[in-house]
Design a protein around this ligand. Structure first.
Ligand SMILES: Cc1ncc(COP(=O)(O)O)c(C=O)c1O
Length: 391
């Protein structure tokens, strides 16, 4: 179906700057390039975030998995996270043979609630993964305090928060052990569809991620690793563990560099559209608008409204279907993870996170991307009004 305003904007965020990057890499691609663009992208990303280390990976999911491994999450360890996230967050815990424990969310920001985290902690709890949902930072001071008091690690899921700030500091550089970004197509910047980045100020985590994204291979100079075999066999590279191939390719890193140059402009455009959405929607009964707390600067990865059926007249499901029929793309972020069949079979039951379950029935993500304009926003809002008056 042809959408008047599509939800997905695959491909459209690339322009001449990205094309030039790719062309220039193709014309100079030889064995001298090696990881030049990867090094450049990582350096520029760490400078932007303000952290010591940035390690590029093939996806946000790869980054979450690798970072949890670097934190030594293993069989039986419990990791607390939110059910309102992409399934990758919890899957990465299962991939380490850990146990995801779902804490409930705050109703206003849809972010994991510090109070609920406290209730879920026990002696098996080894880490917390706060997800900065829709790009709005979690209450990190409270979460960091809980982590410190209980000697628990923190891995920030920053997939949606490229450019977000918590109390004036970039997300990805606040306290916590590591943070993971995604450059999947629908994120604030993208490295040709897939990609991710781990940021950290912890040298050990950075080194682990660097080695294990590349099969567990150590290099004499890069990792200061020398043994007898290397001395006698100069070609030899040691493998110190069963790593992965989670590397991000040179061409994707090249585009990461050009995308990063445009990030602030992209995010500014998003913010402008968000303000326009809120202005046009504010007087419609039955629609609750997303908020930005005093301490927060959101990247506005998504614009999520809540539909209050009693006042709006129709429920979220009906509105979703009607908007689609009228050529407006929309989505729901996210289905609570414990609703998925695999998780149900693991024993997770409805009722474990009341706020998340209640809000799941109401949330609707409207189209938002830097390639949209005010006219698109107006079209979306007009159709929402039409659905209300003529469902
Ligand atoms: C909150 C969240 N975490 C993790 C991921 C996984 O990122 P990727 O798709 O790059 O693997 C996503 C991607 O949609 C996400 O939205």
């Amino acid at each position: 179906m042809e959408f008047k305003v599509p939800f997905y904007t695959y491909g459209n965020i690339y322009d001449e700057l990205d094309i030039e990057q790719i062309k220039s890499l193709i014309s100079s691609y030889d064995n001298k390039i090696k990881y030049k663009l990867r090094d450049e992208f990582e350096k520029k990303f760490s400078e932007y975030i303000g952290c010591k280390y940035a390690i590029s990976v093939s996806s946000g999911t790869a980054g979450l998995h690798l970072a949890l491994k670097a934190m030594n999450i293993k069989k039986g360890d419990e990791v607390i996270t939110t059910p309102i996230t992409w399934v990758a967050t919890a899957n990465s815990i299962l991939l380490c043979e850990g146990k995801p424990v779902f804490a409930d969310i705050d109703k206003d920001t849809l972010n994991i609630s510090a109070e609920s985290i406290k209730e879920k902690i026990n002696s098996n709890t080894k880490a917390i993964i706060p997800v900065h949902h829709l790009g709005h930072p979690c209450e990190m001071d409270e979460i960091n305090k809980i982590a410190k008091e209980n000697n628990i690690k923190i891995l920030g899921d920053c997939a949606l928060s490229i450019g977000s700030e918590y109390k004036g500091k970039k997300i990805g550089n606040e306290e916590g052990d590591a943070h993971v970004f995604s450059f999947h197509t629908q994120k604030n910047i993208s490295t040709l569809g897939e990609g991710g980045m781990i940021t950290t100020n912890n040298k050990k985590i950075a080194e682990y991620a660097d080695i294990y994204r590349n099969h567990g291979i150590v290099y004499p100079d890069r990792h200061n690793y020398k043994n007898e075999r290397i001395k006698t066999n100069p070609w030899f590279r040691e493998c110190i563990g069963p790593g992965y191939n989670y590397r991000l390719g040179e061409f994707q890193c090249a585009v990461g560099v050009s995308q990063l140059k445009k990030l602030e402009e992209f995010n500014k455009k998003r913010r402008g559209l968000v303000e326009y959405y809120s202005e046009l929607l504010k007087d419609i009964k039955g629609i609750e608008l997303p908020i930005e707390k005093d301490y927060a600067k959101s990247s506005w990865a998504y614009y999520i409204i809540k539909i209050k059926e009693n006042e709006f007249g129709i429920n979220r499901n009906k509105l979703f279907i009607e908007l689609n029929k009228r050529g407006i793309g929309c989505h729901v972020h996210y289905t609570p993870i414990h609703y998925f069949e695999y998780y149900r079979n693991l024993g997770y039951k409805k009722g474990i996170c009341k706020n998340a379950e209640e809000l799941y029935e109401e949330i609707l993500s409207l189209p938002l991307s830097p390639i949209m304009n005010k006219k698109d926003v107006k079209t979306v809002v007009n159709e929402i009004k039409n659905c209300k008056t003529n469902p």
